[in-house]
Structures are given as structure tokens and as C-alpha cells.
Design a protein around this ligand. Structure first.
Ligand code: IMP
Ligand code: MG
Length: 178
């Protein structure tokens, strides 16, 4: 597998350290109030685990699965819910946990969706932010790492559903997808 992976960009240890910092910050920001973490399947699984372990608050968790129409590398802005919440989030503090914010379409949609369900607060916690890809303006509350506009894999992120199990973040070699 390693011959298709360009470079290791962020190590597992760096990610763990960042999750610990962000967990502390979330606790502070929520003033000890309970929180619902909502992980977006499938890319957020490993990052979700890191945030869960490091956030010392009363917590419940849930997951949603969404897909955006378009190819693997270009999204269209139309978001479809494949698995909805099982939790009633009315009046709750919600943090959406996502793998990467690129165009911003997915999170822009989800934030509106959660607000329409009368959550008390809705915040966003992403492992990676790719600001150069942004098509809609969106406030991201917690960012693990900011990355350049390249195709990232590993630590939950896929290319064609592969590489999610890499225990670090890497850059896919251009010849794999061009
Ligand atoms: P957005 O709606 O364009 O912000 O897209 C977010 C989704 O696109 C993420 O949840 C990923 O599934 C996918 N995505 C965007 N950039 C990358 C990347 O570099 N590697 C892997 N997946 C990506
Ligand atoms: Mg994906």
C-alpha cells in the first residue's frame, strides 16, 4: 500500500496531542454542560474517538452518514442524509465531528439541519481544514490541522473507500487519481 502514499504529513502522535488540547478547550467552552458529539460517518471515526476520550464532560454520542452528489474529489453542494440521528438534540449542545472541511457544503448543510432541530448550540470540530477549497463561508470552531489543497488520505479519510485505516495522515500521490 505504501507505494501509493506520497508523504506522511501528520503523525498519530501529533493527532493525539491535538485531540487532547481540543478536548480541554471544549470542556472550557461548554462551562461543564453536557454535550452530544455527532460523528459524521465514515471519515470521522478515528478523530471522534480522540475527541471523546479527551473531553471530560457528561456526554452522549451519535452518528450520521451523509453523501454529497458528485465524484469522489468534487462535491456538488447537494447533501443527502443516508443515516439520520437517533438522538433528540432539542435544547442540547451539539458538536459535529468531521474529518475534513473542504468546500464547506456538507457542514453548512448539517449546521442548518441541527439548528432547525432546535439544538441549543451547534459547533463544528474537524480534524482537517482545507481553506483553499472553500465555496461557502462557514465558522469552524475547532480545527485539528490546516492543510494545503491536496488530496489527503488516512486516519479515517479515504480515496475510493481505501486508506481509512492508515494510522497517520498522508498525501495521495497525484498519479493515483489523475
Ligand atoms: P465538503 O462538503 O466539500 O466540505 O466536503 C467534505 C467531505 O469531502 C469530507 O467529509 C470528505 O469525505 C471529502 N473530502 C474532501 N477533501 C478530501 C481529501 O483531501 N481527502 C479525502 N476526502 C476529502
Ligand atoms: Mg469521503
Amino acid at each position: 500500500m505504501s507505494d501509493t502514499i506520497g508523504t506522511v504529513m501528520i503523525t498519530q502522535q501529533q493527532i493525539n496531542e491535538r485531540a487532547a488540547e481540543i478536548g480541554k478547550q471544549i470542556k472550557e467552552d461548554l462551562n461543564g454542560e453536557p454535550v452530544v458529539l455527532v460523528g459524521i460517518l465514515r471519515g470521522a471515526v478515528l478523530w471522534m474517538a480522540g475527541i471523546m476520550k479527551n473531553t471530560d464532560l457528561e456526554m452522549t454520542i451519535d452518528f450520521m452518514a451523509v453523501s454529497s452528489y458528485g465524484s469522489a474529489k468534487k462535491t456538488s453542494g447537494v447533501v443527502k442524509i443516508n443515516k439520520d440521528l437517533d438522538t433528540d438534540i432539542e435544547g442540547k449542545n451539539v458538536i459535529i465531528v468531521e474529518d475534513i472541511v473542504d468546500s464547506g457544503y456538507t457542514l453548512n448543510y448539517l449546521k442548518g439541519y441541527f439548528e432547525s432541530r432546535a439544538a441549543k448550540t451547534v459547533k463544528i470540530c474537524t480534524l482537517l481544514d482545507k481553506p483553499e477549497g472553500r465555496k461557502v463561508d462557514i465558522d469552524v470552531d475547532y480545527i485539528g490541522f490546516t492543510v494545503d489543497d491536496r488530496f489527503i488520505i488516512g486516519y479515517g479519510l479515504d480515496y475510493d473507500e481505501k486508506y481509512r485505516n492508515l494510522p497517520y495522515i498522508g498525501i495521495l500521490k497525484r498519479e493515483v487519481y489523475s
